[in-house]
Write a protein that binds this ligand. Structure first.
Ligand SMILES: NC(=O)c1ccc[n+]([C@@H]2O[C@H](COP(=O)([O-])OP(=O)(O)OC[C@H]3O[C@@H](n4cnc5c(N)ncnc54)[C@H](O)[C@@H]3O)[C@@H](O)[C@H]2O)c1
Length: 282
């Protein structure tokens, strides 16, 4: 008797922002479940973002991990703000690998800044990447999936997409927007075999939170704050007493939403946030 096929054998997944962090975790896990992977990442810093984004070495490392799992990987430098570039990534994956079955719209940046001081460029970068970038991913994948009459789209929001905190107006607005966008797309695509869902993570241990700029923002009272100084403040955003989750915990939710068992789950938001969402109503 031959071995049973892996659950995503023959499937193709596209992951934006997959050079590192949660996106890499999603890409590698989907590969280990049998999917070929196309991963896009900007691999460059952005002036308004006060911490380094991924680089080409990070992207190559994701590709190596996917290939070590025995799957094909198309790794491309793609800025999710550029719709034509995202369409190119998706269409090349469909042509090279035969289909596009999964889209994980994961790329994002964090931004902190008072509504009294945030400049227009910072606002625009956050909305363009975190919200328009998810639209571009859906806009690129949905026509291919509609033609296939099957597909799974997962947008990455945040616990900040379901609540609010002072000092993060652009990030909060962008992540609330992801939920409205994905619910609208879920309704539109419900009749053609395509699900669209959202994962809303709590704090996750990635370079987005582990960087000096974020440490200093969260602990302006300390001259050289460290991760240990950040932890108690971030833990207060959760209900369970943990400061941050591992990327693999968010990946578990993504894996569920693209699984066969979730075929009738669409338009929903899965909170993976150490109970932060227990505090709010919807
Ligand atoms: N880390 C957290 O605490 C946290 C919490 C909730 C939600 N999120 C969300 O999870 C997602 C993944 O973040 P992460 O924690 O892995 O952070 P990360 O900074 O490690 O990864 C984000 C990736 O997106 C890429 N990226 C940024 N702008 C891009 C663009 N314009 N085009 C293409 N790629 C771009 C970066 O280069 C990086 O590789 C983001 O949407 C983020 O907002 C993060």
């Amino acid at each position: 008797m031959g071995e049973a096929p892996l659950p995503l054998e023959g499937k193709v997944a596209v992951v934006t922002g997959g050079a590192r962090g949660q996106g890499r975790s999603h890409a590698v896990a989907l590969a280990r479940l049998g999917a070929d992977i196309a991963v896009g990442d900007i691999c460059a810093d952005i002036g308004s973002v006060p911490y380094p984004l991924a680089d080409a070495d990070d992207l190559a490392e994701t590709a190596a991990l996917v290939e070590a799992a025995g799957r094909r990987c198309a790794a491309e430098i793609v800025d999710v703000r550029d719709l034509d570039a995202v369409i190119g990534l998706v269409d090349r994956a469909a042509t090279s690998f035969g289909s596009v079955d999964i889209m994980v719209a994961n790329a994002g940046i964090s931004a902190v800044g008072s509504v009294c001081e945030l400049d227009a460029g910072s606002w625009a970068d956050v909305i363009d990447i975190n919200l328009t970038g998810v639209f571009n991913a859906i806009r690129a994948a949905a026509p291919v999936m509609r033609a296939q009459r099957s597909g799974r789209i997962v947008g990455i929001s945040s616990m900040m997409g379901r609540s609010a905190q002072p000092g993060v107006p652009a990030y909060t607005a962008s992540k609330w927007g992801v939920i409205g966008l994905c619910k609208s797309a879920a309704l539109e695509l419900a009749g053609v075999g395509v699900t669209v869902n959202v994962v809303a993570p709590g704090n996750v241990s990635t370079p987005m939170i582990h960087n000096d700029a974020f440490y200093r923002t969260v602990r302006p009272d300390l001259p050289s704050p460290t991760a240990d100084d950040l932890a108690p403040v971030l833990a207060r955003l959760h209900s369970q007493p943990v400061p941050w989750l591992e990327a693999s915990e968010i990946t578990a939710a993504v894996v569920y939403l693209v699984s066969e068992g979730a075929r009738h789950v669409t338009g929903t938001v899965l909170n993976v946030d150490a109970g932060a969402s227990a505090r709010f109503s919807a």
